[in-house]
Design a protein around this ligand. Structure first.
Ligand SMILES: [Zn+2]
Ligand SMILES: [Zn+2]
Length: 273
């Protein structure tokens, strides 16, 4: 018996004697099965030729990503807060070196994840650090390895400690969640977004998609819902799902101007034909 990890999306599955027949997350229209078919690995095999890099993305915000890049290539963020550390998003690889380094940084009180593409090996992390996991209940069906450590929350917001707040924006996934960190950006506030609000190559802008690899846009109602959900929160910076994919200043205005540009682009009578 072992826990398979999907090579394409990095999701770890429940223990089984045989690899699962398919990966529902990759079969979904928001992801894809790789050209040479479904492939699986395990944590042990992954650790044999990958390691994690830990590097500060900002003060009190430690990035954790795998090298060479694995699956979707995201980096998680260990948010260090007086009331306890929150691991925002997650990655597939957890090895002894990472465990030691994260312990040195204060461990993990809880894990919160933006959406199913980053569920990865969350149960391994939660068990190793004795933490609970906050996931939005609307994405319950995408959990491939169940655990009593998962706490499904409902509604628009969930308050954690130190005024950290999870907010359900929907969009890319119905349960799509962002994290507001009021102490971030030197006390002016930061939003941690995964790709629920994704920071694009021009880091003065963000974008929003149902599927990034398959280029399926969102409609006006979904964009409006994202804007309304984040409206109550002040934030100067955004930390997206990948290394250095951050908006470093004026981030709330960046979301507004990005949404306006997006809505113009998808409007049938828009400026972009
Ligand atoms: Zn997959
Ligand atoms: Zn995604």
């Amino acid at each position: 018996m072992y826990n398979c990890i999907c090579v394409q999306c990095g999701t770890q599955f429940a223990e089984s004697a045989q690899p699962p027949p398919s990966c529902p997350i990759c079969e979904d229209e928001r992801q894809f099965v790789r050209l040479d078919g479904q492939q699986w690995t395990t944590l042990e095999r992954l650790a044999a030729d990958h390691h994690n890099r830990l590097e500060d993305e900002a003060p009190q915000l430690l990035g954790i990503g795998s090298e060479p890049e694995f699956a979707i290539g995201q980096r998680a963020l260990l948010l260090q807060s007086p009331g306890g550390n929150l691991l925002w998003d997650c990655i597939s690889l957890l090895d002894q070196k990472t465990i030691a380094e994260v312990k040195e940084s204060g461990g993990i009180r809880a894990i919160a994840i933006s959406h199913p593409h980053f569920y990865s090996s969350m149960i391994e992390w939660a068990e190793r650090f004795d933490s609970q996991i906050f996931l939005h209940a609307a994405d319950r069906q995408w959990v491939m390895r169940k655990s009593p450590r998962i706490q499904f929350w409902e509604g628009t917001t969930l308050s954690l400690w130190d005024d950290l707040t999870l907010a359900n924006c929907g969009g890319h996934f119905e349960g799509g969640t962002v994290l507001h960190w009021p102490a971030g950006a030197s006390g002016t506030g930061a939003l941690l977004t995964g790709d629920i609000i994704t920071v694009v190559q021009d880091r003065r802008y963000v974008s929003f998609m149902r599927s990034y690899p398959n280029l399926i846009p969102l409609g006006p109602a979904a964009i409006q819902r994202i804007l309304e959900t984040i409206e109550p929160f002040p934030f100067e910076q955004i930390y997206g799902g990948w290394w250095k994919a951050n908006v470093s200043s004026d981030a709330k205005a960046a979301v507004t101007r990005s949404a306006e540009r997006y809505l113009r682009a998808i409007a049938s009578a828009g400026n972009y034909g």
